[in-house]
Design a protein around this ligand. Sequence first.
Ligand SMILES: [Zn+2]
Length: 132
Amino acid sequence: MYCSKCGTPNDDTARFCAKCGTPLAGAPAPGGTVAPPPIDPRVRGGGSLPVGPGSLPPGQPTVVAGKNPWLAVLLSFLLAGLGQIYNGDTKKGLIMLVVGILVSWTIVLYVGIWIWSMIDAHSVASGKGKTW
Ligand SMILES: [Zn+2]
């Protein structure tokens, strides 16, 4: 579109004239920049919803309790999948074990499963991760 003030051709998506800075006709510039602030109070008004997900995880009953995260890591260190089985996450552990054996001819792939197993074992045992 062309600037109504100086006639400079501007991109159709441009909000302001590149040459003189005049707001271009049809551009939602004034409303677009003012809109975000009023949204904030509305979000806070319904703020009870966003608070929930943040405070729930620590008290969730699905969390694995009574497991030592570092023992889980040690077991996964010895063999990918062992830490998961220790966590009671048998399905995930067996999958890691089988996939680990299947890809063991490619050390790079096994190391990937191995590291994943150790990280996951710690995460689940400390209640941050979920079992399968
Ligand atoms: Zn202009």
